[in-house]
Write a protein that binds this ligand. Structure first.
Ligand code: NAP
Length: 331
């Protein structure tokens, strides 16, 4: 059986390009004792992949040049020499950007597709759903009636922050690129308003939509947007640092916000969001997210692209804003 795999060919200096990765076919090996083989179906496409290919130490070591690109994925077990897995099981793991995974079964989790389809375990019930959930409820400590602003509001994390915010009785203002995205943030995901940061004056619009200031800012983009939000905080505001996609192509030049001293006057705080802090609560969070989805109170929106050969361009779509909801690559 052939395995098609995507290797990191070289470290990008700025944007991901076609030749950042190379695609290859090899013979898939059979599992050894304690290992499983998985036919991968969907691969999670994440902004943090850009940080994994940079030569920097972060929360995980960089992907080495020549290695299969790291990725979370779901698929079907096609071979098993591990007592807990059998052929036909649906599983999730860090299987990499390839068509067949053969390797250890540690940290591979079994999926219950009665709860949700396998691909939702990469989105609404995966890292992005959990980031939205723990980010807004734990780090953001959102209370009913408060005003939340979320950037990249049409994206995988953002569209769930909007929906969870509304479900918890907040006023939610999204920030997104383009009129069509803003329309969806309001009409489909249910925000009270959405600011098109590409064509509108963010500061003026924040004054208009958040006259009493912003209680929780859920920051997915960093940079200038974060700085502008720091000028519009309510007393005791919380800023959730989820990510900084506007800076991932230039990590060496990241600077702190010039106006961070405003946090003093507002008695505000800014805190990083690390899902792993809540591992013990993952099952409960997934259950609650799945229940909300079954009851139609939230929707998991996935955007599915096709073909491993399209991995570099699909990853690039996150940086040019060509996705709505969770971006997945179907093998
Ligand atoms: P996403 O929002 O689905 O996709 C990225 C979006 O970012 C794009 O659609 C684009 O939307 C926006 N964007 C791209 N370049 C930008 C720029 N220069 N300035 C402003 N906006 C830009 O991706 P996601 O997976 O949900 O991730 C969103 C953020 O959450 C990322 O920063 C990611 O690293 C972070 N994250 C954190 C955790 C955690 O546990 N802390 C977990 C998952 C993700 P527009 O068209 O609206 O510009």
């Amino acid at each position: 059986m052939k395995n098609t795999l995507v290797r990191l060919a070289k470290r990008p200096e700025a944007e991901i390009e076609e030749d950042t990765f190379e695609i290859e076919q090899t013979a898939a090996r059979l599992p050894d004792d304690g290992e499983i083989q998985v036919a991968i179906e969907y691969i999670s496409i994440d902004p943090t992949m850009r940080t994994w290919v940079a030569d920097i130490e972060s929360y995980v070591p960089p992907v080495a040049v020549g290695d299969v690109m790291r990725a979370g994925a779901v698929g079907d077990v096609t071979g098993s020499r591990h007592p807990e897995f059998k052929v036909g099981d649906k599983v999730h793991g860090m299987f990499g950007v390839q068509s067949i995974y053969t390797g250890p079964a540690e940290r591979v989790t079994m999926l219950d597709t009665h709860v949700a389809p396998a691909q939702d375990y990469l989105g609404g019930l995966g890292g992005t759903g959990l980031a939205a959930y723990f980010g807004i409820l734990k780090v953001g400590a959102l209370a009913q009636g408060e005003t939340v602003v979320v950037s990249a509001a049409a994206g995988a994390v953002g569209h769930l922050v909007v929906q969870i915010g509304k479900l918890k009785g907040a006023r939610v203002v999204g920030i997104a690129g383009g009129t069509e995205k803003c329309r969806r943030v309001v009409e489909v995901f249910g925000a009270d308003a959405c600011i098109d940061y590409k064509s509108e004056d963010l500061s003026e619009k924040l004054k208009q939509f958040c006259p009493d200031g912003v209680d929780v800012y859920f920051d997915n983009v960093g940079g200038k947007t974060l700085e502008t939000l720091i000028d519009h905080l309510a007393m005791r505001a919380r800023i959730v640092i989820s990510g900084a996609i506007s800076k991932y192509n230039e990590l060496d030049s990241v600077r702190g916000p010039r106006n961070y001293l405003n946090l003093i006057g507002k008695g505000a705080r800014m805190e990083g969001l690390l899902n792993m802090h809540w591992v013990a609560e993952f099952d409960e969070a997934r259950q609650e997210l799945a229940t909300w989805a079954h009851e139609g109170r939230i929707k998991f929106h996935n955007q599915i692209e096709h073909g491993l050969e399209n991995f570099p361009t699909t990853l690039g779509m996150l940086f040019s804003g060509q996705n709505v909801g969770k971006l997945l690559l179907k093998v």
